[in-house]
Design a protein around this ligand. Structure first.
Ligand SMILES: NC(=O)c1ccc[n+]([C@@H]2O[C@H](COP(=O)([O-])OP(=O)(O)OC[C@H]3O[C@@H](n4cnc5c(N)ncnc54)[C@H](OP(=O)(O)O)[C@@H]3O)[C@@H](O)[C@H]2O)c1
Length: 278
């Protein structure tokens, strides 16, 4: 039995589907199980990653788990997984942990992922850390603008990232969950190209077949727009990370290929897979 957390999210939904396709038994943990349509074969446990009772129920009889790094969940998850006799845990951490830039390493984003990593490292569990950079799926935040016009307004036109397709992270997760040789490894997963926000908008437009431009807004205007639905320390971290990336190519690694055997998908391929969302 495999446990998939975050199974209603960008990456977890692919992990769940792939494990089922490979013929594995799968259980999912969700805080809102009634809101999702689950394949009939999936066992669903309702609960939060920070709830010990839910964790005990979710981990009973599990051989390997895909863990989403909910803030603060590490110690209880590691203890519950050890008690349940779980062998392997593949954590979706973040590329902010161990990033080359001091601003990123010092961010609240790096801190809460590192805390979950430390809890697993201190346990007897076999762990693998996936440290993805920016998700290509973050661009879905622009969809409301592309549906009503041809200009994306946002922070730092020249901020860089190497956006990764969620399916590549899921492919790596399934490889680490189901095959030997990944224990004690930390993989820095990125897309194949370092791109600025302005270039992402251009590729989005090219792939959708119409010109799309990027208009830079002052950081304080972006902060005001994010405040209220993103926690303040995360808003601060994101703005600092974007600012620090201007003029600096984003890290590009070959870890997707190393773990999955295939090269990372391009941003253009990601847009083609999500064209209907824009
Ligand atoms: N976005 C990026 O660029 C990026 C980069 C590096 C790493 N990451 C990591 O990827 C994670 C997912 O990112 P995302 O923004 O794309 O989110 P998402 O996958 O769209 O959704 C979050 C998922 O996490 C589950 N979840 C969240 N908190 C939970 C909790 N306390 N207990 C149980 N389940 C919980 C939700 O499940 P239910 O609602 O069904 O409970 C949902 O399936 C982030 O938290 C971060 O750790 C993201």
């Amino acid at each position: 039995m495999f446990l998939v957390t975050g199974a209603t999210g960008n990456v977890g939904r692919h992990v769940l589907t792939q494990l089922l396709t490979q013929g594995h038994k799968v259980r999912a943990l969700s805080r809102r199980p009634d809101k999702a349509a689950w394949p009939i074969e999936v066992e669903v446990v309702a609960g939060d990653l920070t709830d010990r009772t839910a964790l005990a129920a979710a981990l009973s009889g599990v051989e390997a788990a895909f863990l989403l790094a909910a803030p603060g969940c590490g110690p209880d998850f590691a203890a519950a997984a050890e008690s349940a006799g779980v062998g392997r845990v593949v954590l979706m951490s973040s590329g902010a942990v161990g990033d080359a830039s001091a601003e990123v390493r010092a961010s609240a984003i790096a801190a809460y992922h590192a805390e979950v990593e430390h809890a697993l490292q201190a346990s007897r569990l076999e762990w693998t850390f996936l440290r993805p950079g920016a998700f290509a799926a973050n661009s879905l935040g622009w969809a409301s603008q592309t549906k009503t016009g041809d200009v994306i307004r946002g922070a730092y036109a020249e901020a860089t990232s190497a956006p990764i397709h969620e399916a590549d992270i899921a492919d790596a997760a399934v490889a680490a969950l189901t095959r030997d040789g990944h224990g004690g490894q930390a993989y820095r997963l990125t897309g194949p190209d370092s791109l600025t926000n302005a270039e992402l908008a251009r590729i989005l437009g090219q792939t959708l077949g119409r010109p799309i431009a990027y208009q830079e807004l002052p950081p304080e205007q972006v902060r005001a727009a994010m405040t209220g639905h993103v926690p303040a320390p995360i808003v601060d971290s994101l703005l600092a990370i974007w600012a620090a990336s201007v003029g600096r190519p984003a890290e590009v690694t070959s870890d997707v290929e190393k773990v999955t055997g295939h090269p990372a998908r391009s941003f253009s391929a990601w847009v083609a897979d999500h064209a209907q969302d824009f």
